[in-house]
Design a protein around this ligand. Sequence first.
Ligand SMILES: NC(=O)CC[C@H](N)C(=O)O
Length: 221
Amino acid sequence: MKAAVIVFPGSNCDRDMATAFENAGLQVEMVWHKDSALPEAVDIVGVPGGFSFGDYLRCGAIAANAPIVHAVKAHADRGGYVLGVCNGFQVLTETGLLPGALLRNAGLKYICRTVGLKTEGASIYTDGYGRDVEIALPIAHHDGNYFADDATLDMLEAEDRVAFRYTDNPNGSARDIAGVLSDNRRVLGMMPHPERASEAAHGNEDGARLFAHLTNALTTA
Ligand SMILES: NC(=O)CC[C@H](N)C(=O)O
């Protein structure tokens, strides 16, 4: 099973994401944003956190137009899996692969701390925890305030596409939403960083379960 991790100028969680995939047993290839094709037979694409293109214009807006993103969209359109974390989530909303937008945090400050989350919508990313399970993951962002209009939020809830909610909303996100799924449940965007809580040395291994379960699901699919 193979993962590709996209690297933009300003990505800073790309190696962490690659290590989390590798620790779960996936083979990983790093892919530069200027490439126009994904490696052969990729099972899942990781869009990592960071400050792509310096967060200029809007977080993720320039990255969303990078050559490789056309290939990521085509992969998703074919039913491929895509995991976007933090800046990766921002990129996925900017591409239109996921609904909504990430606005400046309600308190206008960068927040870097561990937060509580509750698991929700069924997917290869969340099923390893089970539903309504409380976990803790780090966040590190200034634009993590999830916004969508009420009709979109109602639709996401009706279709069970909220993957994670904050137990104590740190950034003003609508309906405490920390992560959302695409309509086929194969694309996940989430602001918290599972890759930063995936080894004993991190002091928290809640994120490792996400990578372990998705690898297991891809392997047995
Ligand atoms: N850790 C990250 O991915 C940071 C995301 C984004 N650039 C922000 O600060 O909002």
